[in-house]
Design a protein around this ligand. Structure first.
Ligand SMILES: Nc1ncnc2c1ncn2[C@@H]1O[C@H](COP(=O)(O)OP(=O)(O)OP(=O)(O)O)[C@@H](O)[C@H]1O
Ligand SMILES: [Mg+2]
Length: 253
């Protein structure tokens, strides 16, 4: 059965696209057939995270009835299928968005919709088109508060909330603790992704960090989310793996 999951956050710039592109890649590396759709028409940049160039056909064309969805699919070397969007046009239409996915139901294992920031029409369309909603936030109060708004919208639309991925964790005192974040959000935290230069570096190189630096702590954290999403416990990592990961992250190159 195909799981259609929208990734929302409320506040912008907290790592939705980063988490989605890496989670999709991690799941693909675990043998799942994954499609990621750029559902962020006001800030479409999913294609850049995968190093895809200009697309002749975008998701906007599909929603506008000018192309079949299969024409808009690009296959990334990592195995993930991607449907890019264009920022030049606003094309949010909940019914069409949902309808366009029918093509992949029963075919793909996972379809992710990388949503826009906020809780407006665009985000509502992404949530409505999905069965499950994954929340992403940074560990700070304004981001979590906005994320709570996105969660409320998902609940109002009767969608299952999968949990929260806390991204960009610096382990600083000023951050909201994971326990407090869990209490505030009233949902499980299914991932804690550290803030790390490897992530920024991988975005600059236009390659998901789980492919660019698979042993980096950020990559390991994303891979753990992928396991949890499938209802599995992440693998226990021995001392050697953890030490290697620490050394890996300390390496300036
Ligand atoms: N774990 C991380 N470590 C370091 N930097 C990160 C991390 N996650 C995200 N970033 C930085 O934050 C930026 C914004 O991330 P991203 O584009 O994924 O956010 P977004 O929520 O999708 O934004 P938007 O709301 O605009 O769609 C990235 O370009 C990157 O520089
Ligand atoms: Mg984004």
């Amino acid at each position: 059965m195909t799981r259609v999951i929208s990734v929302v956050s409320g506040k912008g710039g907290v790592g939705k696209t980063t988490v989605t592109s890496n989670l999709g890649t991690a799941l693909s590396r675990q043998g799942e057939d994954v499609l990621i759709i750029d559902g962020n028409f006001s800030g479409a940049n999913l294609a850049q995270h995968f190093g895809l160039g200009f697309s002749e056909v975008t998701f906007n064309d599909v929603l506008n009835g000018d192309a079949y969805i299969t024409q808009a699919v690009s296959k990334h070397p990592e195995g993930v299928s991607i449907i890019p969007a264009s920022v030049l046009e606003f094309s949010s239409n909940a019914e069409q968005l949902k309808h366009s996915l029918v093509e992949f139901l029963g075919d793909k294992d996972f379809v992710f919709i990388d949503a826009a920031a906020g809780i407006g029409e665009e985000v509502e369309a992404a949530i409505e088109a999905s069965d499950e909603v994954l929340l992403v936030s940074e560990p700070e109060l304004p981001a979590l508060t906005n994320c709570l708004g996105a969660k409320k919208l998902a609940e109002e639309l009767d969608r299952e909330v999968l949990g929260l991925v806390v991204n960009g964790v610096k382990d600083e005192k000023s951050e909201v603790s994971l326990e407090d974040a869990e209490d505030l959000m009233e949902t499980d935290i299914i991932g804690k992704v550290p803030d790390h230069k490897h992530v920024r570096e991988s975005i600059a190189l236009r390659k998901p960090v789980v492919a660019h630096k698979p042993q980096s702590k950020a990559s390991l954290a994303i891979k753990d989310v992928a396991h949890r999403m499938k209802g599995n416990e992440p693998p226990e990592r021995g001392l050697t793996v953890r030490l290697k990961s620490n050394l890996h992250d300390l390496n300036p190159f």
